[in-house]
Design a protein around this ligand. Structure first.
Ligand code: PHB
Length: 405
């Protein structure tokens, strides 16, 4: 009899737990991004992507809902983002943090979530080392080493570049980016003849003195990493103003310098620019065409998506996958990481997967060229590299932005 009562109690408790787990629940998530200041356009794109995913996939969470609490990181440096994350964790009691355009912002959040064990889905920040800083982080965007190595190899092997100058915004993803470029370029026989730090990620500098220094070295190629946004537009303009193409110097880089939302404003300066990246809005897949159509229907024909928007969209798909796994119970890091390690998704950028070992993104990288068609600038894919992992982690090169050579 005692045994029977005990077994019944276990059964009742089990029923209560399962019923509780399937009750409708609101998941509070924190979204950190630049919503004001010079990089506000990036924050807005990321948020637009996240919101579009939510709108198009309402039914995916069943009866559960999401409350997204947006916090403005204002500047690329860490302190404001760190304070925002602290407040989201302790006061708002969010169960997940997402967003994060700039690497120093993402880096500043890592020690906090290591204490609170809050899962993080990174929608943009590209410094290769970031997911190593916390076992609670996954990255759905890109790593600087993915595009950097591939454009470096391509420049040496196919663009007739024997020498290159590398200019970079002087903060962690910039250092990663030129190391990656050098790895790819010199691995295929090229020579980087100068590396030029070009100011920080905040204020857009006057690129003229940096590009003049590059021009004086007479390289075949000028490789440039700057963060997307108004830095990218200024790069193409300075390249044009200094007549560098006429001087026989080809401008190349990761796709941050041909961000779709900046492209039309670059004018003829951008024509012929070759980049490597994981997304541009002209990709021909059915998924991308449907995505671009839905985006323009939501935000207007003159507000196209770009890789930052796709980061927000795919990041939210990952957040949904984590919430579905929690299925009404608290969204712990253990549940989120289990759901997201090895997570696969048919993204507008192509198939993506989170590497279960590194918690970093595996995705296609496209070599593209900018052309003018019907009065518009478009990006044309020339080559596709499938399922690219982060080379720096694969080769175990350590902190990928430190001087490696
Ligand atoms: C970064 O800070 O990691 C970052 C920001 C903008 C980009 C790329 C990387 O376009």
């Amino acid at each position: 009899m005692k045994k029977f009562v005990a077994m019944s109690l276990v059964a009742v408790a089990f029923t209560i737990i399962t019923v509780k787990a399937t009750e409708a629940r609101e998941y509070k998530i924190g979204f950190i991004g630049p919503m004001s200041g010079g990089a506000a356009q990036l924050g807005q794109q990321m948020k637009r992507g996240a919101k579009l995913y939510m709108k198009l996939h309402k039914d995916q969470l069943g009866k559960h809902t999401i409350k997204m609490i947006v916090r403005d990181s204002k500047r690329p440096g860490g302190p404001i983002a760190k304070a925002a994350a602290q407040e989201l964790i302790t006061r708002e009691k969010v169960e997940l943090i997402t967003g994060l355009i700039f690497s120093p912002n993402a880096m500043s959040v890592a020690p906090l979530v290591n204490k609170s064990k809050t899962p993080v889905v990174i929608m943009n920040a590209g410094t290769t080392f970031i997911p190593n800083m916390s076992p609670h982080m996954v990255r759905v965007s890109f790593t600087m080493w993915q595009a950097g190595v591939i454009i470096g190899e391509h420049a040496a092997s196919n663009l007739n570049c024997k020498t290159a100058v590398a200019g970079y915004t002087n903060y962690p993803p910039g250092k990663d980016s030129i190391n990656a470029f050098r790895h790819g370029f010199e691995g295929k026989g090229g020579k980087v003849v100068d590396e030029i730090p070009m100011g920080g990620p905040g204020k857009v500098p006057d690129f003229t003195p940096f590009f003049q220094r590059a021009k004086s070295k007479k390289p075949n190629c000028l490789y440039v990493f700057v963060p997307a946004g108004n830095h990218a537009a200024a790069v193409a303009k300075t390249y044009q103003a200094l007549a560098m193409r006429k001087a026989g110097i080809r401008l190349i880089g990761p796709g941050d310098i041909t961000q779709d939302t900046q492209l039309q404003g670059m004018g003829s300066a951008a024509v012929g620019l070759v980049t490597a990246h994981h997304y541009h809005m002209f990709l021909k897949s059915a998924e991308n065409q449907a995505f671009v159509k839905a985006w323009k229907a939501e935000y207007g024909a003159n507000n196209p998506p770009d890789f930052v928007g796709v980061g927000g969209y795919d990041g939210m798909a990952a957040v949904y996958a984590a919430i579905r796994a929690a299925n009404g119970s608290k969204l712990t890091s253990a549940i989120a990481m289990k759901a997201l390690k090895g997570w696969k998704f048919e993204s507008p950028r192509g198939p993506i997967m989170i590497d279960p070992e590194t918690r970093d993104i595996i995705q296609n990288i496209y070599i593209s060229i900018v052309r003018k068609k019907g009065g518009m600038l478009v990006q044309e894919t020339q080559k596709t590299f499938k399922a690219v992992k982060d080379k720096c982690k694969e080769l175990k090169l350590g902190k990928c932005g430190k001087k490696l050579y």
